[in-house]
Ligand binder design. Structure first.
Ligand code: DGJ
Length: 685
C-alpha cells in the first residue's frame, strides 16, 4: 500500500517507486509536522527526526516555550501566528491573522479527485491521503491532499480551506504546499529571464533568509517560473540529491526557500499572497492549485525525467495527439499577407512535405498592425475572400492542414468590441488603465465577457477546416479590478481571471477535441504546467535564434518534456538578436521539440532548401524518441560556452538519439569525446 498510517508512531507514510515521504503528529495537541522526504526507506518509525525531545519540546512538554516551539517546528502546513515567524501558508484577515492548525482526521482512498475549475494531475494508478487540520477558535478546516502515483516519483499536494465557523473569513494567504528540510549545503535553482530570454537556469548557494521566484503579473511570466529546486551543492546532472517543487498554475505565484536561524529550510509554493484575498462565507471553501513535488537521488536529470513522465502521463491531455510539422506565417510576413500570399506559403509547405500552415496574427477585424481589432474575431474578407474556409479548402487540396492564431483574452481600444463594451476591459474605477502593446485585458472573471469571446472564436473554428489553434496572450495584467466583485473583495480578481481563462480553454478542448491547441504568451510568458493541462505544446520563446535557444530549451527541459516545447527554424539574420546561424544548426536545435519553420521558405538559398527534406526526415525519425523517451542533458552550452548536447533513449532502450551543437570551437583543439547516458550496457546501438 503506497499510503499508510502507523498509529503507534503516529506517522503517515507515502511511497513512490523510489522515494518516501513521512509526516506525523506531535504533542498532545496533535501538530502535524514534516518528518522525512528522500530516497525510499524501509521503516516509518522515524518520528525521532522531529527531535521532539530537544528543547523547546512540544508545548505540552514545555508550555512556557510555546512561541519558541512555533518558531522552529517543521509544520506540514504552517499558519501565521503563535510564534511562527517564518513564511506561512495560511493567514486570515481576522483575529490578528492567526490560526492554529491541529490534526482532526484523515482518510486514504484510491485514485485522485479532480480540483474544481483547476488544472490538476489525474490517473488511475494512484492513491490519495487527505489529512484534515482544524483551528478550534475560528473553526477553519484545512484539507491537505497528497497523491502518490505508482509509476512516477512525484507527489502532488494541494489544500482546501473550509470555513466551518459562523462568521465570514478573508484569507490573505492560502498557499499550496510547504516542505521543511534540514539544509544539506543546498543550492537553490530557479528559472528566470525576460521576453526572448525565458527559462534561464539560475543556481546559487542557498543563503540565510528568503529567496524567491515569483510573479505578480497575473501570468506565470517571462521573468520567473513557478518552480524551484533545492539540491546538494555537489549535485550534478546524474548524481546527487535534488528536490523539485513545480506549480500547476498560470497566474501570480510565490516559490520561495527560506533558510532560518536553525539551518532549516522552509520551501513554499502557492498563489502569491501579495494582493491576494479570498472571502469565505460560512460553509464555503477555497481550493488551492496543485503543487508537484519530486525528490531525485539521481541529480537534476533524475528530477527532469520524473517531471517529464509525470507531465506526459498524468497532466497533459492530448499528449498522444499528432504533432504536425508546421510553417508559421509570423516571421515569414508578419501582418503583410492576403489569401494569395498565404496560399503561396501553403504551396511551399506542400512542396517540402510540411504538414500544417499556421495563419498567425492579422487575419481578423481590420488588423494591419498590433494596434487594433483584438476582440473582433471575424475574418477580414478583404484580405481573405471566402474566409478561412476557402483558404482551408485550397490548402487541403495541397495536402496541407490549416492552423490559426488567436488572442482571445484581449481587447484593442480600437475595436468594435471596445466601442460597444468598454467596460469589458479591466480597469480601476477613476483611473486610466495602462495600455501594453496597445491593448487591454478582458475581464475574464465575468461570464458574459467569456461567453462573448467564446461565441466568436468557436464560430471561427466551426467556419473552416481548422486543425490547430495558437492561443496567444501578449501583455501582463495591470489594472486588476472587476466590477463583478465589491471593492472589499478585489483581492480575488487575479485568481478569478485565471479561473476564467481555464474555463475558456476547457470549453475549447471539450468542444473541439480534434484541434491541437498550442499556448503562447509573447513566447514563453505563460509556459507552465497549468497551461499544459489544456495544450500539449507551448511556444517556447519568440527567440528562435539557435544559440540563444539552446539556453532557453535547456532551462525548459529541466522540468518539461521535449514534447511540450514549440521549436522552429526561424529567419536569418535572427529578427530578435541579429545573429547569423547556419540553417543546419537552426534545424538541429529545433529537432528535439515540436518542429516547424517560421520563415519564408522561398527566400532560402538553394543550398538551404536542399537541406529541408533531410531535416523533416530526421524529425520524423528522431522526434518520437525525443518526445517520448528518457532525456539526458549531456553538455550545457550555458555552462561551457562552447557546445551543447542533449540525448533521449526510448523507454525500452531499443533506440537512442543525440543532438550535438558546436557553437564555438577553439583553434587547434582535437575533437572531444561525448559520454552518452541511459543506454543498455549490453546492447549495441
Ligand atoms: C507573440 C507571439 O509570441 C508571436 O509568435 C506572434 O504570434 C505574435 N505574438 C503575433 O502578434
Amino acid at each position: 500500500m503506497p499510503i499508510s498510517y502507523n498509529e503507534q508512531e503516529r506517522i503517515f507514510r507515502l511511497d513512490t517507486p523510489r522515494t518516501t515521504y513521512l509526516c506525523g503528529l506531535a504533542g498532545s495537541e496533535n501538530f502535524l509536522g514534516h518528518v522525512y522526504y528522500g530516497p525510499r526507506v524501509p521503516d516509518d518509525n522515524m518520528g525521532y527526526l522531529l527531535r521532539l525531545e530537544e528543547r523547546p519540546f512540544t508545548p505540552d512538554g514545555n508550555p512556557g516555550e510555546r512561541a519558541s516551539f512555533y518558531d522552529c517546528f517543521p509544520f506540514e502546513y504552517p499558519a501565521w501566528g503563535g510564534g511562527n515567524f517564518r513564511q506561512p501558508c495560511l493567514r486570515t484577515a481576522q483575529g490578528g491573522g492567526s490560526c492554529e492548525l491541529f490534526y482532526d482526521s484523515h482518510r486514504v482512498f484510491p485514485g485522485k479527485p479532480p480540483l474544481e475549475g483547476l488544472p490538476a494531475a489525474y490517473g488511475e494508478n494512484c492513491s490519495t491521503l487527505e489529512i484534515v487540520l482544524r483551528d478550534p477558535v475560528s473553526d477553519i478546516k484545512v484539507h491537505l491532499l497528497y497523491t502518490v502515483f505508482e509509476d512516477v516519483d512525484v507527489i502532488t499536494r494541494s489544500a482546501r480551506v473550509e470555513n466551518g465557523g459562523s462568521a465570514a473569513v478573508d484569507l490573505t494567504a492560502a498557499l499550496s504546499a510547504s516542505l521543511e528540510l534540514d539544509n544539506e549545503d543546498f543550492d537553490l535553482i530557479t528559472l528566470h529571464g525576460s521576453w526572448a530570454r525565458e527559462q534561464t537556469i539560475d543556481r546559487r548557494p542557498l543563503a540565510s533568509g528568503k529567496q524567491a521566484a515569483f510573479s505578480l503579473r497575473g501570468i506565470s511570466s517571462h521573468q520567473f517560473h513557478p518552480f524551484l529546486a533545492l539540491c546538494e551543492h555537489s549535485a550534478a546532472q546524474e548524481h546527487g540529491l535534488v528536490y523539485g517543487m513545480s506549480f500547476i498554475y498560470s497566474g501570480n505565484f510565490l516559490a520561495q526557500a527560506e533558510l532560518d536561524q536553525f539551518n532549516k529550510v522552509r520551501a513554499v509554493l502557492g498563489i502569491h499572497p501579495d494582493g491576494f484575498s479570498w472571502r469565505l462565507e460560512p460553509g464555503a471553501s477555497f481550493q488551492t492549485p496543485e503543487a508537484a513535488l519530486v525528490c531525485s537521488g539521481e541529480g537534476l536529470g533524475g528530477m527532469s525525467r520524473a517531471y517529464h513522465d509525470f507531465f506526459r502521463r498524468h497532466l497533459i491531455r492530448g499528449q498522444s495527439k499528432r504533432r504536425p510539422t508546421l510553417l508559421n506565417s509570423w516571421e515569414a510576413c508578419y501582418f503583410d499577407f492576403d489569401h494569395d500570399r498565404l496560399l503561396h506559403l501553403g504551396q511551399e509547405a506542400a512542396k517540402y512535405g510540411v504538414e500544417l500552415l499556421v495563419v498567425d496574427d492579422g487575419w481578423f477585424g481590420r488588423r494591419e498592425d498590433a494596434n487594433s481589432s483584438l476582440g473582433d474575431w471575424r475574418v477580414n474578407e478583404e484580405k481573405l475572400p471566402g474566409g478561412l474556409k476557402h483558404l482551408g479548402e485550397e490548402l487541403a487540396e495541397l495536402g496541407v492542414d490549416l492552423g490559426v492564431w488567436m488572442e482571445p483574452e484581449m481587447i484593442s481600444p480600437d475595436s468594435e468590441l471596445y466601442r460597444a463594451h468598454p467596460d469589458y476591459a479591466m480597469a480601476i474605477p477613476g483611473r486610466t488603465p495602462s495600455l501594453a502593446r496597445d491593448q487591454y485585458v478582458l475581464d475574464l472573471t465575468r461570464r458574459e465577457v467569456r461567453d462573448c469571446v467564446y461565441e466568436q472564436i468557436s464560430a471561427v473554428l466551426r467556419s473552416a477546416p481548422i486543425s490547430y489553434v495558437k492561443w496567444d496572450m501578449n501583455r501582463p495584467l495591470t489594472d486588476v479590478y472587476s466590477p463583478s466583485l465589491p471593492r472589499s473583495r478585489q483581492g480575488e480578481t487575479a485568481h478569478r481571471y485565471v479561473l476564467g481563462l481555464y474555463e475558456l480553454q476547457e470549453r475549447l478542448v471539450t468542444d473541439f477535441p480534434d484541434i491541437l491547441l498550442e499556448n503562447c504568451c509573447s513566447g514563453g510568458g505563460r509556459f507552465d504546467p497549468g497551461m499544459l493541462y489544456y495544450s500539449p505544446q507551448i511556444w517556447t520563446s519568440d527567440n528562435a535564434e539557435a544559440v540563444d535557444r539552446l539556453v532557453i530549451q535547456e532551462g525548459t527541459s529541466l522540468i518539461y518534456p521535449l514534447s511540450a516545447m514549440g521549436a522552429h527554424v526561424a529567419a536569418c539574420p535572427s529578427h530578435v538578436n541579429g545573429r547569423i546561424t547556419p540553417f543546419q544548426v537552426r534545424g538541429r536545435v529545433s529537432l528535439p521539440g515540436c518542429f516547424g519553420y517560421e520563415l519564408d521558405l522561398d527566400k532560402l538559398s538553394p543550398e538551404e532548401q536542399a537541406l529541408i527534406p533531410g531535416q523533416l526526415e530526421e524529425y520524423r525519425r528522431c522526434g518520437p524518441i525525443f518526445r517520448g523517451g528518457d532525456c539526458y542533458r549531456l553538455a550545457s552550452y550555458r555552462e561551457n560556452g562552447a557546445y551543447d548536447a542533449i540525448m533521449a533513449v526510448t523507454k525500452d532502450k531499443s533506440a537512442a538519439v543525440v543532438s550535438f551543437v558546436q557553437v564555438r570551437s577553439r583553434a587547434y583543439r582535437r575533437s572531444l569525446r561525448l559520454k552518452l547516458a541511459g543506454l543498455e550496457e549490453s546492447a549495441l546501438y
